[in-house]
Design a protein around this ligand. Structure first.
Ligand code: BG6
Ligand code: MG
Length: 218
């Protein structure tokens, strides 16, 4: 018998590779504040909220700022980030994503977005996927950031599914932790060693083969 399951997708690093745009904007801010910001540093910001990302960046540069300055730089960084987002098109959907969504639609499996990004609705519009999701939960809807499970629990509720019947797809350590705390099955996208708390890890979204999906629902 087929199991009733639903999917909840992270956005950045799962559906699109926006980390490169976050990196350019954060690096410019770091340079402006007088220190270097590397791609390794950028890894620390994956899955982390915008405000927390600034805190991490400032601790890397050992820079202290007033609340007012922090607000100013958050706006500046996001404005620059949005200049890249506004140029995004359907071409930026990562390999494997469209095939997976087509499979889920064909099998009447619903799916939601569960992202930390406040820019998630705009990004989905830009890449033409906004209307495909049954529910959207993003950085504007949560009071607690991943690894808190709030974002995924709201997603499950909106899909009217029990957490244990939800499959989360995540590329960040904090997101994998959130999914496991929520009692959901978690597919990690990235490095097996890094995402070692996930139930299974694929190096990218093409890992969702027909065999894997059939096993999951049967
Ligand atoms: C997450 C990204 O999805 O969203 C983080 O992995 C980012 O790197 C966070 O900081 C918040 O994004 P935004 O778009 O609200 O600044
Ligand atoms: Mg992510």
């Amino acid at each position: 018998m087929k199991k009733q399951i639903a999917f909840i997708f992270d956005l950045d690093g799962v559906i699109v590779d926006t980390a490169k745009y976050h990196f350019l904007a954060w690096r410019n801010l770091a340079n402006q504040l007088g220190f270097k910001f590397t791609e390794e540093h950028n890894e620390l910001l994956k899955g982390v909220s915008r405000v927390k990302s600034l805190e991490i960046l400032l601790s890397i540069g050992k820079v202290e700022l007033s609340e007012e300055e922090k607000q100013k730089y958050l706006v500046q960084k996001n404005t620059e980030y949005l200049s890249f987002v506004n140029k995004m098109t359907t071409d930026e959907i990562l390999p494997g994503v469209t095939d997976l969504l087509d499979y889920l639609d064909a099998n009447k499996i619903t799916y939601a977005l569960g992202s930390a990004s406040k820019n998630a609705p705009l990004i989905l519009e830009k890449i033409g996927l906004y209307n495909r999701f049954t529910a959207l939960v993003d950085g504007n809807d949560v009071s607690k950031a991943k690894p808190d499970p709030e974002v995924f629990l709201i997603g499950a509720k909106k899909l009217q599914m029990k957490p244990e019947n939800c499959v989360v797809v995540e590329d960040a350590i904090a997101g994998v932790e959130a999914a496991k705390v929520a009692n959901m099955y978690c597919v990690g996208i990235g490095d097996k060693e890094v995402l070692n708390k996930a139930d299974i890890v694929f190096k990218d979204m093409t890992g969702f083969t027909k065999d894997f999906l059939e096993n999951l629902i049967n």
